[in-house]
Design a protein around this ligand. Structure first.
Ligand code: NAP
Length: 287
């Protein structure tokens, strides 16, 4: 039976991965919370690997808040870079396939307005993106068959027994409920992805060749246009939404990703608006 270890198992993604893949998947899935395995301590990691001997490590633990990384760069370096390096070294030593959760934030700072591809040069602007990129490079060097997944912003609703943090859908539903006018930027491009797809497709990527893969929903719309489409799906008042034309006017922010590479490997994420529509139907919020 294949054995997986999941780091960050108390977090938004790690908890969902552990819950989904533990139930009836024919795998032994061991979710490790921060308290159970601090991956910045090599001795702790080694002890866990000695006892579990995992075939696959899904590394979803991190300091995932960009603001915290900006304010506490040493902490971000310790956890997001050196912690990932320790795990990559351990995976290499134990012949464990490592799946590392990176981020579309590695594309911050790009002047390219086309959806990003994995092979383009990146020079992330913020600390979180820089550290995610450093960790990708370390994974590749230390554990060449490791797979780094560049995840987009994810969402889910607070109706599962997994933790939910503020995300596109929860924020939008709150704003609709408040009936106050709000705005979204037009000079902003990004895909956002239902966490359920990120989780469900993980099994397939354990067979991918080592490398970097964009991993989420594509989105041809800007954030204002996309939000308007979602308001329409919800039959909400589109008059509440204003276009913010000032933010990033000089240089649009583009985190949108091209999914051609994973499509060739049989992975088909729905585009962002379709994904949201499916999610709203799943939670019976629309018919
Ligand atoms: N959520 C998104 O939309 C999104 C988008 C792109 C990429 N990602 C990436 O996806 C991964 C999962 O994100 P997430 O949203 O699930 O983050 P999250 O909810 O903040 O969960 C991260 C988990 O990592 C744990 N952790 C932190 N330091 C640790 C350490 N030294 N040892 C062991 N565990 C530690 C945290 O535990 P404590 O809280 O107890 O410290 C937390 O449970 C991260 O790599 C993140 O960068 C997320």
């Amino acid at each position: 039976m294949e054995t997986w270890i999941v780091t960050g198992a108390g977090g938004f993604l790690g908890k969902r991965i552990s819950a989904y893949w533990s139930s009836d998947s024919g795998k032994r899935v061991i979710g490790m919370t921060h308290a159970e395995m601090d991956f910045t301590d090599p001795d702790v990691v080694k002890r866990v690997f000695d006892s579990v001997r995992p075939d696959v490590l899904i590394h979803a633990g991190a300091i995932a808040d960009t603001g915290v990384c900006e304010r506490e760069p040493e902490l971000s370096m310790k956890v997001n870079v050196w912690g990932t390096e320790i795990l990559a070294q351990t995976c290499a030593a134990y012949h464990t396939k490592m799946i590392y959760c990176s981020s579309d934030q590695v594309y911050t700072g790009s002047r390219n307005i086309l959806p990003h591809t994995e092979d383009e040069p990146v020079q992330p602007e913020n600390i979180y993106g820089q550290h995610k990129r450093m960790a990708e490079v370390l994974c590749r060097e230390i554990s060449p068959d490791s797979v780094s997944l560049r995840l987009s912003w994810m969402y889910d609703l607070p109706t599962t027994n997994c933790p939910v943090k503020p995300n596109f859908l929860t924020q939008l539903l709150e704003q609709i409920g408040s009936k106050e006018i709000f705005s979204r930027p037009v000079n902003d491009y990004r895909g956002i992805t239902d966490a359920a797809y990120v989780v469900r497709f993980l099994d397939a990527c354990t067979a991918f060749p080592g490398g970097i893969y964009n991993w989420g929903s594509e989105n041809p719309l800007n954030t204002y246009e996309m939000t308007k489409e979602v308001l329409k799906l919800l039959h909400a008042d589109t008059g509440l939404l204003l276009a913010d034309t000032e933010r990033d006017q000089e240089c649009p922010r583009n985190l949108a990703m091209n999914m051609k590479k994973v499509r060739h490997l049989g992975i088909n994420f729905p585009d962002t608006v379709t994904g949201i529509e499916k999610c709203l139907k799943k939670y019976s919020m629309i018919v």
